[in-house]
Ligand binder design. Sequence first.
Ligand SMILES: CC(C)(COP(=O)(O)OP(=O)(O)OC[C@H]1O[C@@H](n2cnc3c(N)ncnc32)[C@H](O)[C@@H]1OP(=O)(O)O)[C@@H](O)C(=O)NCCC(=O)NCCS
Length: 177
Amino acid sequence: MAADPHWLADVRRYAMSRPFLKEQSIWAVWLYRLGRRIDTRRDGVIKKICTAFYWLLFRFFETPVGISLPKSATIGPGLRIWHFGGIFIHPAVVIGTNCTLRQGVTIGNRYVDGPAPVIGSNVEFGAYAQVLGGVRIGDNCRIGAMSVVLSDMPDGATAVGAPARIILKSHTDGLSA
Ligand SMILES: CC(C)(COP(=O)(O)OP(=O)(O)OC[C@H]1O[C@@H](n2cnc3c(N)ncnc32)[C@H](O)[C@@H]1OP(=O)(O)O)[C@@H](O)C(=O)NCCC(=O)NCCS
């Protein structure tokens, strides 16, 4: 089977030798990509067995690592997660390419069965940032640590605070690890 280009892009963003031994978050990213690949298989017994195996691994990793990245979420290539713990991504979330999450990030709905966020590309999430509801976050946005984003963000914006306010229209730098 050919290597998954999304996964190869994820690994590139870890930019270190043997990231599996150094960063727990890459285990969750790997499992997410595996789940997506299983979903593309033809229906049949093998797919059922693989899916059961996926869910077993999902539960096994989710609790100790504290990262919930369900395979029904749509996440572009180049996902980077700094650190681990308390990271929850709603199953209906859409995330673009080269996004960066950190510990404590939640991307989910505001109410049970409510809509989930759609995130652009190159978006940086500070530690414990929360993005809730059917909001759209543009490309190249930054969300400050501990911020709670409840409304749309235009491309290139930075949001801080709870509820978040936009402090800059554009920027060139990323966040620290
Ligand atoms: C959002 C962030 C990128 C803003 O950086 P910046 O563009 O350099 O902005 P500044 O530091 O100049 O701050 C601008 C304003 O936003 C406020 N602000 C910055 N970050 C904030 C945050 N996370 N929550 C609330 N307010 C914040 C500042 O107090 C300042 O307010 P003021 O204008 O009223 O004085 C940065 O503060 C941040 O939160 N980075 C996250 C880093 C992180 O998660 N580290 C964890 C590593 S494990």
